[in-house]
Design a protein around this ligand. Structure first.
Ligand SMILES: Cc1ncc(COP(=O)(O)O)c(C=O)c1O
Length: 375
């Protein structure tokens, strides 16, 4: 039968023929084996013991629906950021908020502007809202070209997407670049800054985008997450800091009624109150990042300037080839995507043993590839 006949009529055209990709899938050869998970930018350390205790303490309330406004956690964020509690809302991971933000601002066929090289999930988000996307090439070094980005805004643009630090490059925007985006995005366009790696940027001495966006006249929204620096990826909790409460209301409208789980708020409060543990995570991450960068340089590669918990690097041959070979050896890393970056790999920071295994096996894989005797 030809493809036309098979086209499912019950699915909107923009959702057809999109194969499901399961990022956490365990392959047959990995079952029962130790796998170095260095592909999903996770925190390699377990949550703080205080978090685990707090989760145990709320376990007997799980028969009830949780309050998705996080009434005890929101004031803590408000106090730290200086943003009113009414301007903050929550998602099941910041991933959920990305979709909500696009949904509230861009109607089907309307325009949004985004850098070409950003987190792959954005492609899915743009499909969901059926937007007309202006994809702006990144600079040759992978960084976001902020001038090109704001120059691409047209009369029908509703949303500008920016990510700092960016995934998959790990690079952050500097203060001037954030200010440029803030000041050159018109007042009728929602400026969306994804800051999933915010804590890593601050730890590296980078700017706080919020302090700059606060001065913006037009609407803006910043998303952050408890998945990375707070070691809570499995809890699924992210938040949006918005320029006004009407954005919060609109995001809540498009979120499902009970979109958070019953552990999330208690876990996040405990993590928030344990800054020593977060510092431990950020310090350890930096140590391993330095080791990975040094190791790659020793092999004569020059990684991108990452401030995050992952490093991207031009490896001089198709990244997918290396990803597959490394996976055979129990080391999961990722490609970078984007036509100009096919020769790149991205590796997430793990514990010291993960770094050792990554550098050892990469050297071996590349050595064998260069003599074409890879196994
Ligand atoms: C740039 C970026 N934004 C958002 C997320 C989503 O994180 P979460 O849904 O766990 O908050 C990720 C995850 O890797 C990311 O890399």
């Amino acid at each position: 039968m030809d493809k036309e006949v098979n086209t499912p009529q019950h699915i909107r055209p923009n959702f057809q023929n999109i194969p499901f990709w399961n990022p956490t899938k365990i392959l047959d050869h990995e079952i029962g084996k130790h796998v170095h998970r260095m592909d999903l930018n996770e925190c390699p350390y377990p949550p703080s013991p205080k978090v685990i205790e707090a989760m145990q303490n709320v376990a007997d309330t799980l028969n009830r629906y949780p309050d998705g406004t996080c009434p005890e956690l929101t004031p803590l964020i408000a106090e730290r950021t200086g943003v009113p509690a009414g301007n903050i809302t929550w998602g099941g991971g910041s991933t959920q908020l990305l979709t909500s933000i696009a949904e509230i601002s861009v109607a089907p066929g309307q325009n949004l502007v985004a850098p070409n090289l950003v987190w792959k999930r954005f492609d899915g988000v743009f499909k969901i809202v059926d937007a007309s996307v202006t994809s702006v090439p990144n600079n040759a070094d992978g960084s976001i070209d902020v001038e090109a980005l704001t120059n691409a805004i047209g009369n029908d643009t509703r949303l500008l997407v920016c990510v700092t630090p960016n995934n998959p490059t790990g690079m952050m925007l500097n203060e001037d670049e954030i200010r440029h985006v803030s000041e050159n995005t018109p007042e009728n366009v929602l400026l969306f800054m994804d800051e999933a790696y915010h804590e890593f940027a601050i730890h590296a001495g980078g700017p706080d985008a919020l302090n700059i966006l606060k001065d913006r006249k037009g609407p803006w929204v910043i998303t952050r997450t408890f998945s990375k620096a707070y070691a809570l990826a499995g809890v699924r909790l992210g938040y949006a800091i918005c320029s006004s409460p009407d954005t919060v209301d609109a995001i809540r409208m498009v979120s499902s009624t009970f979109n958070l789980n019953g552990f999330a708020e208690a876990a996040a409060i405990a993590a928030w109150h344990d800054p020593e543990y977060t510092k431990f995570i950020l310090d350890k991450n930096m140590e391993e990042r330095d080791r990975i960068i040094a190791g790659l340089r020793e092999m004569s590669y020059e990684p991108m300037q990452s401030v995050t918990n992952f490093v991207a690097c031009d490896i001089g041959r198709p990244g997918m080839e290396i990803v597959k070979a490394m996976r055979e050896r129990g080391i999961r890393i990722a490609t970078v995507g984007g036509d100009d970056f096919v020769n790149y790999i991205r590796v997430s920071m793990g514990i010291p043993e993960d770094t050792d295994a990554f550098l050892r096996e990469l050297k071996d894989v590349l050595g064998r590839l260069s003599t074409k005797t890879i196994i």
